[in-house]
Design a protein around this ligand. Structure first.
Ligand SMILES: [Zn+2]
Length: 182
C-alpha cells in the first residue's frame, strides 16, 4: 500500500514541483542528499521538505512556528553530527541547517505573477530545509550510517548521490534503513 501511495503522490500530486536550484522534485517525505569526498574533506548538502522538518511550509510567521522550525533545524544538525562513516576516522567540522524558500528566496520565481504577494494563499508556498555539514576524514570511507528516522517521523526516503575519487554513485535509504555503502 505504501508503494502505491508514494507512486501516486509522485505522479499526480500538485505539491511536486521542480526547483530552480535542484533538479530533484519537492516531494513531501522525500529528502535529497549530495555527498562529496575530496581528499580528507567530506561535505554533505541535505535538502528536506520543510513540512517534514517543522510540520509546515511557508513563512514562520508566528512564535509557535518559529519555535517548531528552530527545533526541526537543530534536530537536523544533530542527525548530521550523529552520522558515522565506516572505513576511516571522521571528525564533524560543521553542521548548519537553515530554511529555504521563504519570501526572501527566489526559488518560486516561476510561480507567475504572485511571487511576492505575501497575502497569497500559503498552500502554494513550498519550502525546504537545507543542511550543510562537513567532516574531516582519514582513511578510505566505505559506508555511511545515517539515521534521521526517529527525529523526522514523516520522512520516508533520503536519496543520496555521492562523488568520490574512485567514482560516483547513488542510492536511496528508505524509512528505517540507516546503512549506505559508498
Ligand atoms: Zn511542500
Amino acid at each position: 500500500m505504501r508503494v502505491v501511495a508514494l507512486f501516486s503522490l509522485i505522479a499526480v500530486s500538485p505539491v511536486a514541483h521542480t526547483q530552480s536550484d535542484n533538479l530533484a522534485a519537492h516531494v513531501h517525505g522525500a529528502a535529497n542528499a549530495q555527498l562529496t569526498f575530496d581528499g580528507s574533506d567530506v561535505q554533505m548538502v541535505l535538502t528536506v521538505p520543510m513540512i517534514d522538518v517543522a510540520g509546515f511550509e511557508g513563512n514562520a510567521d508566528t512564535d509557535e512556528r518559529k519555535a517548531r522550525l528552530d527545533a526541526g533545524l537543530r534536530a537536523l544538525e544533530a542527525v548530521a553530527r550523529a552520522a558515522r562513516f565506516a572505513g576511516g576516522e571522521c571528525t564533524s567540522r560543521t553542521a548548519q541547517a537553515a530554511s529555504q524558500g521563504d519570501e526572501h528566496a527566489d526559488e518560486h520565481e516561476h510561480d507567475h505573477d504572485h511571487d511576492h504577494d505575501h497575502g497569497h494563499a500559503e498552500e502554494h508556498a513550498h519550502s525546504d530545509a537545507m543542511l550543510k555539514a562537513a567532516w574531516t576524514c582519514s582513511g578510505d570511507i566505505r559506508a555511511l550510517t545515517f539515521d534521521p528516522w526517529q527525529s523526522f517521523p514523516t520522512l520516508e526516503t533520503v536519496s543520496f548521490e555521492w562523488i568520490k575519487a574512485d567514482g560516483q554513485g547513488s542510492a536511496k535509504l528508505a524509512r528505517g534503513t540507516t546503512d549506505l555503502p559508498l
